[in-house]
Write a protein that binds this ligand. Structure first.
Ligand code: NAD
Length: 260
């Protein structure tokens, strides 16, 4: 039961972030949504989560490329709710290409959004959580935070970086009542994954059906996409009181991928 708690979920206008916002709201948590997208679609999502679950839902438009905007998003939790209990850093982008063709600006954007924004958000949230003597920082990493795949150099580098940052924060905050952990999903069928099916087909010279069967689900021994409900289960454990002594660690929800 998270009644009265306040959560920020970066990149929650789509996919996993939107589903995790919904799961936290369903447990009584007030929500700050964040992410890019069409203003009226974001407003419908905001209003729907609020009315479905009877919690306050706000939207902050911080661009994860802009440290000042990230700091303002975190400050908005204190401004509007007087507290911040949960920070889920989830915003992320992908680009699939061999290294020698990898556009340098894509590398920079992936490192900035998938890794550096996680630092800026945590940096701003820690003083608030320290004052409360309690907090939960959860980073949405990936199986690619633990193992690599070809053609995803920037993404794999950023997600490995998130894992290192998660462990470091776990140590730094261990005596402050704040935990920091990661969730490492395998493939989840979100817009991010739908969009990379075509690119992966091109990079590997195979059809889109072959990408799903032979590349994506081949990596996942269960041969099933990970669902939002399965990720919500991991998140709700990490933010619960039962999760208080899990720290600087991660939960893999990858159908066995990283057991290989
Ligand atoms: P998605 O594309 O559906 O959602 C990404 C979200 O990030 C969107 O809300 C988008 O607006 C936001 N975003 C992108 N750039 C931003 C920016 N500059 N500023 C603010 N917000 C920005 O993707 P998803 O699949 O739901 O991915 C969510 C997270 O889960 C990512 O970190 C991704 O790496 C990770 N992940 C996804 C999968 C998967 O299979 N889908 C697997 C493992 C990890």
């Amino acid at each position: 039961d998270l009644t009265g708690q306040v959560a920020i979920i970066t990149g929650s206008t789509s996919g996993i972030g939107a589903a995790m916002a919904e799961a936290l709201a369903a447990n009584g948590c007030h929500i700050i949504l964040n992410g890019l997208g069409d203003a009226s679609e974001i407003e419908s999502l905001r209003a729907k989560i609020a009315s479905d679950h009877g919690v306050e839902v706000r939207y902050h438009p911080a661009n994860m490329l802009k440290p000042d905007e990230i700091a303002d998003m975190v400050a908005s939790a204190e401004r509007e709710f007087g507290r911040l209990d949960i920070l889920l850093s989830n915003a992320g982008i992908q680009h699939v290409s061999p290294v020698e063709d990898f556009p340098a600006e894509k590398w920079d954007a992936i490192i900035a959004i998938n890794l550096t924004s996680v630092f800026h958000a945590a940096k701003a949230a820690i003083p608030v959580m320290k004052r409360q003597g309690k907090g939960r920082i959860v980073n949405l990493a990936s199986a690619h935070g633990l193992v690599a795949s070809p053609f995803k150099s920037a993404y794999v580098a950023a997600k490995h970086g998130v894992m290192g940052f998660t462990k470091t924060l776990g140590l730094e905050l261990a005596e402050d009542g704040i935990t920091c952990n990661a969730i490492c999903p395998g493939y989840v069928k979100t817009p991010l994954v739908e969009n990379q099916i075509a690119d992966t087909a091109k990079a590997r010279g195979i059809t889109e059906d072959e990408v799903v069967r032979d590349v994506m689900l081949a990596a996942q021994p269960t041969k099933k996409f990970v669902t939002y409900e399965q990720l919500a289960g991991a998140l709700l454990y990490l933010v619960s009181d039962a999760g208080a002594n899990m720290n600087g660690s991660w939960i893999s929800v990858d159908g066995g991928w990283t057991a290989k």
